[in-house]
Design a protein around this ligand. Structure first.
Ligand SMILES: [Zn+2]
Length: 247
């Protein structure tokens, strides 16, 4: 079963690397989305509770405003009544007492008018805040539904793709020398998932360090496993890259 010529082993290693890179990409794609969806769900919940709080605030401000409105009207009636009474008083003392009542009522009315203005100002601000938050909420809801859909389809896609890649991986593994597999896995783990790289423009395709010309010539022989002197990744010739086996 095993094709033990180094050249073919190198081909299998390079193919294994490609499969693992694809698996990593698929996993990364899937790995991000659940977190994004969860984050958006929290965002939507937060916006919703903010909207709830702002609506309650607005409701209370309206009640306060209406109450102030009624008070101002009743104070105005009171003032009218006092003024009418002043027309019929018998003494200066009574007249002055009513004047004091009128002044007190007017003062109170002015204060309540100020309060009312402040309620109305706050209502305007709250309405604007509500509008802004509602807009953000709607945006978050839309994004959430998009991302959820994306996650569903990635999951679906991912299942098939992952199975296919894992199957291909198994087929490669049975053809590979155990020592090569161990070496490959060790480098892959240490080097962010990239263990086998081609030579690109006389440099290592992993760390981009220059590969000496003599070594490039040797690598082109495809008769031995060569590692990059700088990063330790397995270097393969363009010939290997171009003729990787179908699995
Ligand atoms: Zn390197």
């Amino acid at each position: 079963m095993k094709d033990t010529t180094v050249e073919n082993q190198l081909r299998y290693l390079y193919t294994l690397q490609q499969i693992d890179t694809q698996l990593k990409e698929v996993n990364e794609l899937k790995g991000d989305l659940p977190a994004i969806v969860e984050e958006l769900e929290t965002k939507v919940e937060n916006y919703k509770s903010e909207v709830k709080i702002l609506n309650a605030t607005l409701k209370q401000l309206k009640i306060d405003r209406d109450k102030a409105d009624v008070e101002i009207l009743s104070l105005a009636e009171k003032i009218d009544r006092y003024k009418n009474q002043q027309l019929n008083v018998k003494s200066n003392k009574q007249y002055d007492a009513l004047t004091r009542e009128i002044e007190a009522a007017e003062k109170k009315s002015l204060q309540i008018e100020k309060d009312m203005e402040s309620y109305e100002g706050k209502m305007e601000t709250t309405k604007r805040d509500l509008e802004a938050i509602n807009e953000q909420l709607q945006k978050a809801i839309n994004e959430l539904s998009e991302r959820k859909e994306e996650l569903r389809s990635v999951n679906k896609e991912h299942e098939k793709e992952e199975l296919k890649l894992k199957h291909e991986r198994e087929k490669i593994l049975v053809r590979l020398d155990k020592n090569y597999i161990e070496r490959y896995e060790r480098i892959r783990k240490a080097k962010g998932g990239l263990a086998v790289v081609p030579i690109k423009r006389d440099a290592c395709g992993g760390c981009f360090s220059r590969v000496p010309p003599q070594k490039i010539l040797e690598i082109r022989q495809n008769s031995k496993l060569y590692s990059c002197e700088h990063c330790g990744r397995i270097l393969v010739s363009n010939h290997i890259v171009g003729t990787s086996p179908e699995v």
